[in-house]
Design a binder for this molecule. Sequence first.
Ligand SMILES: [Zn+2]
Length: 163
Amino acid sequence: MYGLSLGETDDEEDFSADSGWIPWFCALKGHELFAEVEEEYVRDNFNLYGLRQRFQFYEHALEMILSSEAPEDDDLADSEFLEIYRDASDLYGLIHARYIVSPRGLQAMREKYLKGVFGTCPRVLCDRQHTLPMGLSEELRAAQVKIFCPKCEQVGPGGTCSV
Ligand SMILES: [Zn+2]
């Protein structure tokens, strides 16, 4: 029977791990600081406590975040989609802020740090010491993320230390 055989993997499923909204969002330029929050974490209402009332399109935004497909060009030209997308980005930012202080999230951020994803310190004496992001705050569109160098213990503006 077509489509009923168990154990056969179909191509779409193989791709879904890497093609959902979250991996797409985290791969956007300027989103290097974002770790991919696990779907399981996003689906746990406990982790989302208190966020609902901050969004006009909460349900749709959450649905978008959990979507297994990345937006297409058509979507990104659609004003209705973009309204929800704005909420989804902000909601993801808030969920992310909580996620990265959870054990799994800390581990994800540590891996990014070790890879130097957050950039390196511009000071010569620090010899390209990998830096850490600071101030990934819960406040929407709050002050820009700062970068902290564990070697010289200086805090600098984010985004300028890389390469
Ligand atoms: Zn430094």
